[in-house]
Write a protein that binds this ligand. Structure first.
Ligand code: MEV
Length: 312
């Protein structure tokens, strides 16, 4: 039996902009997906998916998940026509758009395979295998999700647009910080939303360049603020990042409403995280007291929330 895990992730700055080679900052979450690989006598693979989910998530992603698993197996040189496998997924990461659920499962499976077949793959190679898996969910992922999911901690990531190695600096925050994740309950399709943003960009490149210019300044300040542990500034910049995400149409009414409720309840900042047009938002809420207050305000408005931490 081989075992593996992958962290959930949240993007603090830069979803969508990262696709165009701009820097982004992501953090692993406290929650993980786990995978167990068992050899079975039949050919092919059998999947038992016990991960907790937002209703409909697993059904929605099933076809993509099959492509993803095949990509990982192929990349790792495992032929299930020769050796059948059972893949069992579990863990405490609640599957939803925006928390890196797909990346976490790819990383967990890759780690379980290297464990079962004694491949001795290090994290860098596990990350490469998970990236192949991510392609099953989204034709050309930036790679930020699998990177955060593999290495944990805080990740500063820049996609290499020429196809060479990506920039990825991993670090830790001075202290772990409490975070509230609010769920829209809607499962979004990353490929669809990324394609929609690209269409807007192609239609009006000048307008998009202006937004990119603003985002570049914002992310540079965001990195410094995180390094200095200046959380009020991090929060303000998250708010600004949300405005830019609204402009590129990846927020929606539900996400905007959760962002407003969080800010009113005292969150230092709040924004869409990940794909958007559904999925999740995050609120920066240092201290258990503030986290509980913001979580309660969202719950009182009928939203599902998770309380977690970043930067540990
Ligand atoms: C999805 O978590 C993040 C996106 O930027 C897509 C990607 O980076 O591949 C929307």
């Amino acid at each position: 039996m081989g075992k593996g895990y992958g962290y959930g992730k949240t993007i603090l700055f830069g979803e969508h902009f990262v696709v165009y080679g701009l820097p982004a900052l992501a953090s692993a979450l406290g929650a993980k997906t786990t995978a167990i690989i068992d050899r079975i006598p039949q050919k092919g693979y059998e999947l038992i998916d016990n991960r907790p989910e937002v209703p409909g998530y697993k059904k929605n992603k099933y076809e993509e998940q099959q492509i993803s698993i095949k990509n990982v197996l192929k990349f790792m040189g495992v032929d299930t026509e020769k050796q059948g496998l059972r893949i069992t997924l579990g863990g405490d990461l609640i599957c939803a758009s925006g928390v890196g659920a797909s990346a976490a499962s790819c990383v967990a499976i890759a780690r379980a395979i290297t464990d079962e077949f004694k491949l001795n793959w290090n994290d860098a190679r596990i990350n490469e295998a998970a990236y192949e898996g991510e392609k099953g969910y989204h034709g050309s992922p930036s790679g930020i999700d699998n990177t955060a999911s593999t290495f944990g901690g805080l990740v500063y990531f820049v996609k290499n647009m020429k196809g060479g190695p990506n920039t990825m600096d991993t670090t830790k925050l001075k202290n772990a910080v409490e975070l509230v994740i609010g769920s829209s309950g809607i499962t979004s399709d990353t490929k669809e939303v990324v394609d929609a943003v690209k269409k807007l960009k192609d239609k009006d490149p000048k307008w998009f360049d202006g937004i990119i210019g603003e985002y570049s300044k914002l992310v540079a300040k965001g990195r410094q603020a995180l390094e200095k542990f200046d959380l009020p500034l991090v929060g303000k910049l998250m708010d600004k990042n949300h405005t830019l995400l609204q402009e590129i149409t990846v927020s929606n009414e539900v996400l905007d409403s959760m962002v407003v409720i969080s800010r009113k309840a005292g969150a230092l900042g709040a924004k869409v995280t990940g794909t958007g047009r559904g999925g999740n938002m995050i609120a920066l809420t240092p201290g258990v007291k503030l986290r509980d207050k913001v979580a309660s305000a969202l719950q009182a408005a009928g939203y599902e929330v998770w309380k977690t931490i970043i930067g540990s």
